[in-house]
Design a protein around this ligand. Structure first.
Ligand code: FES
Length: 95
C-alpha cells in the first residue's frame, strides 16, 4: 500500500494481483491513516481501531466494536474510491 496526495486529497493506492485500486487514505471513523494499516486480501484494516474496508468498493466490512461506537459517538462509514488507469507505467486517478 502507498499513500499519495492528489489535488489535496489523501489517496491510498493498493496493488493486488497486478491491479491497482485507489480509495480515500483517511479512515472515516477517527481519521486513522490507512496506508499505515494492513492489507489482507482485498481488505484494508485501519491501524487505529481496526475498522475494515473493501479495497474495491470502499464499503465498511467490519466496523469498530459496539462499545467504542457508544463511547466515541461515531462509527466508520464507507469511504470514496477512485477510478484508476495505468498508461505507459503512469498511474492516473480520476478525482
Ligand atoms: S480511526 Fe480507523 S477505526 Fe478508528
Amino acid at each position: 500500500m502507498l499513500g499519495v496526495a492528489v489535488g489535496g486529497t489523501a489517496i491510498l493506492l493498493s496493488k493486488i494481483g497486478g491491479k491497482i485500486y485507489a480509495m480515500d487514505a483517511v479512515c472515516s471513523h477517527m481519521s486513522g491513516y490507512l496506508p499505515r494499516g494492513e492489507l489482507r486480501d482485498h481488505t484494508v484494516v485501519c491501524p487505529v481501531h481496526k475498522a475494515q474496508y473493501d479495497i474495491e468498493t470502499g464499503k465498511v466490512l467490519k466496523n469498530v466494536p459496539a462499545l467504542m461506537k457508544l463511547l466515541m459517538h461515531k462509527e466508520a462509514t464507507d469511504v470514496k474510491t477512485y477510478e484508476v488507469k495505468v498508461v505507459d507505467n503512469a498511474v492516473l486517478l480520476k478525482v
